[in-house]
Design a protein around this ligand. Structure first.
Ligand code: C5P
Length: 230
């Protein structure tokens, strides 16, 4: 099977409160999206890459990636799942249902090259696929409904993991799982949850905890620091 890459970049980044979506903020003069894409394409043998963009996007044309002929773009959806599904549909003619597709957030520029190859090597023969994930480090509290909330209970963290990306699934199975969830209005915030809804259990592949998703303004300096140490 071949490897395909989807990097959803159609979000508008409301939590950042910035002038532009977070994937177009810069670190050392480069768009976060460009850093993310160049690392992925440099470190794994992808057959092709699709980047869903917002219909309102007017930054892509200025990116390094726009000049890279390995990368194609399509129009994303209002939810992340819709963006990924539109990218799968755009690649449908080129890909085989048994191929692998890796989905990685545009806003995660700190992905480690070893984590990427370890994910691919670990899952390549697996029937379903899986995702990079990191064990939870903090003690976790379940909150009650009051304001401010009181602790309802402490959750056993030993079996809890944070879902990271890339997430790697069979092309046809991921398309079917996302189509089903979007038609039925199931809330899915990652590809794995869509696959889980379809009854298949993805594998958790342990990845580095510093594969952070830039979400709030302070994450930018942290990402810059992590990248400077790699
Ligand atoms: O908002 P969140 O941090 O969960 O977004 C994760 C990734 O999904 C980002 O790279 C964002 O651009 C992308 N996304 C998308 N289409 C949407 C919403 C988010 O491609 N409608």
């Amino acid at each position: 099977p071949e490897l395909w890459l989807i990097v959803p970049a159609a979000g508008i980044g409301q939590r950042m409160k910035a002038e532009c979506p977070k994937q177009y903020l810069t670190i050392s003069g480069r768009f976060i999206l460009d850093i993310t894409l160049s690392r992925l394409l440099h470190n794994a043998p992808f057959k092709g890459c699709m980047v869903p963009l917002s219909a309102q996007d007017h930054w892509w044309a200025d990116s390094e990636s726009a000049k890279d002929d390995r990368i194609q773009t399509c129009t994303g959806g209002t939810e992340r799942a819709g963006s990924v599904l539109s990218a799968l549909h755009a690649l449908n003619e080129q890909a085989d249902d048994n191929d692998w597709v890796l989905v990685h957030d545009a806003a995660r520029p700190c992905l480690d090259a070893h984590d990427l190859s370890n994910l691919i090597d670990t899952l390549f023969e697996h029937p379903v696929g899986g995702l990079l994930a990191a064990p939870v480090a903090d003690t976790l509290k379940l909150a009650g409904e009051g304001v401010p909330p009181e602790v309802e209970k402490t959750v056993d963290r030993r079996r809890l993991w944070r879902a990271l990306t890339p997430q790697m699934f069979r092309f046809g199975a991921l398309r079917a799982a996302l189509e089903f969830c979007l038609e039925n209005g199931d809330a899915v915030t990652d590809e794995s949850s869509a696959v889980e809804f379809s009854g298949n259990m993805p594998v958790l592949v342990e990845g580095r905890a510093d594969n952070l998703k830039i979400t709030v303004p302070s994450d930018l300096a942290l990402a810059e620091f992590i990248l400077s140490r790699q």
